[in-house]
Design a protein around this ligand. Structure first.
Ligand code: SF4
Ligand code: SF4
Length: 157
């Protein structure tokens, strides 16, 4: 897989990222994209059919014709305020796994974003910035390590 150096930076930031569990993203994210893989995983998690999953938990995506979106957001119906966590963490959608740095659809330099409302985002980025030169010219070892990590993430069912 051929990646832009900035994609390596995003992967590295994501690997380094430590969520502070403030819950902000789960309260404001809308829409929450649902991919076909998410439907299969969530149907299995809830022990229902994929059709039931679509009907009960999703709506047509407001802008992407081949995607669905979670029904009932802002806040997300699966956010547990008391425990400050996700009630479906093991089966959560791909966009939730990738947030904040690996959002699908964003590539290259455009994908390197700092989410000002996420208290961990800027901290992570600052920590990794010192490695930017290496990541822009990744040596074989760094590249292989990051490609492996990306391949593992993409295998999630
Ligand atoms: S599914 Fe879980 S991680 Fe994703 S927005 Fe909802 S509560 Fe947050
Ligand atoms: S806004 Fe950032 S720190 Fe807060 S829950 Fe979301 S990812 Fe974690």
């Amino acid at each position: 897989m051929s990646l832009d150096p900035y994609d390596y930076l995003r992967i590295q930031i994501q690997m380094d990222f430590q969520c502070q569990r403030c819950g902000h993203c789960c309260r404001v994210a809308d829409p929450i994209d649902i991919y076909p893989k998410d439907i299969r995983r969530l149907a299995s998690f809830f022990n229902i059919s994929e059709e039931e999953m679509i009907e009960e938990y999703t709506i047509p995506h407001p802008s992407e014709t081949d995607l669905r979106a979670f029904k009932a957001t802002v806040p997300c119906r699966f956010y547990d305020e008391a425990k400050k966590g996700c009630k479906i963490y093991q089966a959560r959608p791909m966009v939730c796994r990738c947030s904040p740095f690996l959002s699908p659809g964003q590539i290259g330099l455009q994908g390197v974003e700092i989410y000002e409302d996420c208290p961990s985002s800027e901290k992570s980025y600052t920590r990794i910035k010192r490695d930017l030169d290496i990541l822009l010219n990744p040596n074989t070892r760094t590249r292989k390590k990051l490609e492996k990590a990306l391949a593992r993430m993409m295998q999630i069912e």
